[in-house]
Design a protein around this ligand. Structure first.
Ligand code: UGA
Length: 428
């Protein structure tokens, strides 16, 4: 099938590459000229494991093309995927300006019937708005399908080929079947529904996962008061099939480009429809305060942070990504800087992006050992698995004091304490 993908961010690039790998002819367009030129040469705009070789392979097989000229490819493709950003407005609601811009261009330039598939996370009712805009310019039949994306950064390629489900929503059954057929090689449940339900499934899924995280963070805080261990509590809860073990890792709160934005947007959507979604307000609040919990623990040890050397391991919002958007690590660092602390940080992938937000207000180190040198205490802020395998004995010698604040419960508490560290986890 001939497919056009609009937008080459995480969702667009993975979708385009995945569809090409499934055997389709895919052109991915973006207004960013530099990005497209780099992609043509196989240079990735962000770090995502396993994506680069797949992009190169599909370019070489002549199934994947990159271009800046949207108009030229509209009539060459039967399926048009919209994968542009929906950034938050000041009030938290999703800004549809990029979607509307793109849809206008589609409406003004198509000459025959198309299937427009929206993958961007959008407020409920956006599918109908898309249809209306196109109808203004194009008199023929237009089918809009919502096919929300559930991929995780860092695991996006595997998520594309092995999803838990593919959701396809439209008011046209034929369009649903045609889109389902694009993914026929992917063996998974294909949930066929209406536009509105598909659009809401995306927000509901992200909001539920964020709720799980805020819930376990609350349990962790309670664990500290009653001398229980949140990891055991989470294991015990997760063994119940109705609960399940995933997304029950306590820590410093969720971050990233999706959860914080989507949970706020869903709250706005509910409000806009006259419904006060009490639970979401609490989820957002708990997540905000969870970042402060670690700072309170630091304050108990060091009431004054001026000129204290602090090692921070991890800057990304989670492991396996270079993304620092809404990263709890960055927020915590900003607060420590404000109080005069001197930060020495290391992240295996996210240092370039961190520099864009923090500038040179902190020291960026070559490796974890350099970051630990003479530090009064160490914070683990991102759950990179390689931090577990560091030579912690060596780190103990390098640090000035032996305090570890493990914001992700990454380390084996007993082993670390045996080495002589004072270990402070979350809810342990
Ligand atoms: C999330 C969803 O998991 C995807 O299904 C969805 O497609 C995506 O948003 C999106 O809407 O585009 P992502 O933002 O890549 O994916 O990150 P997650 O792996 O979900 O992690 C989000 C945050 O929660 C991270 O800061 C992570 O450290 C934190 N987290 C996750 C916890 O604190 N505890 C957990 O148990 C799990």
């Amino acid at each position: 099938m001939k497919i056009l993908v609009i937008g080459t961010g995480y969702v667009g690039l993975v979708t385009a590459t995945g569809l090409a790998e499934l055997g389709h002819q895919v052109t991915a367009v973006d207004i960013d000229f530099k990005k497209i030129n780099k992609l043509k040469k196989g240079i990735m705009p962000f770090f995502e494991p396993a994506l680069k070789p797949l992009v190169i392979r599909n370019i070489q097989k002549q199934r994947l093309f990159f271009n800046i000229n949207l108009k030229n490819f509209l009539d060459k493709s039967q399926f048009i995927f919209i994968c542009v950003g929906t950034p938050p407005k000041r009030d938290g609601s999703a800004d549809l300006k990029y979607i509307k811009q793109v849809v206008r261009v589609i409406g003004q330039n198509i000459k025959e019937s198309k299937i427009i598939i929206n993958k961007s996370t959008v407020p409920i009712g956006t599918g109908l708005i898309i249809k209306k805009i196109i109808k203004k310019y194009f008199p023929g039949e237009i089918n809009v399908v919502s096919c929300p994306e559930f991929l995780r950064e860092g695991r996006a390629v595997s998520d594309f080929f092995h999803p838990d489900r593919i959701v396809i929503g439209s008011d046209n059954q034929k369009a649903i079947e045609l889109v389902a057929n694009l993914f026929k090689k992917i063996k998974t449940e294909k949930l066929k529904t209406t536009l509105e339900s598909a659009e809401l499934i995306k927000y509901a899924a992200n909001a539920f996962l964020a709720t799980k995280i805020s819930f376990i963070n609350e349990i962790a805080n309670l664990c500290e008061k009653v001398k229980a261990d949140v990891q055991i509590v989470a294991t015990g809860m997760g063994l119940d099939k109705r609960i399940g073990p995933s997304f029950l890792k306590a820590g410093i709160g969720y971050g990233g480009s999706c959860f914080p934005k989507d949970i706020r947007a869903l709250k706005q959507i509910a409000g806009g429809n006259g419904y006060h979604f009490r639970l979401l307000k609490a989820v957002i609040e708990v997540n905000y305060f969870q970042r402060l919990v670690i700072l309170k623990k630091i304050k108990l040890i060091y009431p004054r942070l001026k000129n204290k050397i602090v090692c921070v391991l991890g800057l990304a919002f989670k492991d396996l990504t270079d993304d620092v958007r809404e990263s709890a690590a960055i927020e915590i660092i900003k607060k420590l800087i404000k109080q005069g602390a001197k930060i020495q940080a290391f992240d295996p992938q996210a240092m370039i992006n961190a520099k864009k937000v923090l500038n040179y207000r902190i020291k960026y180190c070559q490796n974890a050992y350099e970051a630990c040198k003479n530090a009064q205490f160490l914070i683990i802020a991102t759950e990179w698995p390689q931090f577990k395998k560091l030579n912690w004995q060596k780190i103990k010698h390098l640090m000035k004091n032996d305090i570890i604040l493990d914001g992700r419960n990454l380390l084996d508490k007993q082993k670390i304490e045996k080495l002589g560290f004072k270990y402070i986890g979350v809810g342990r």
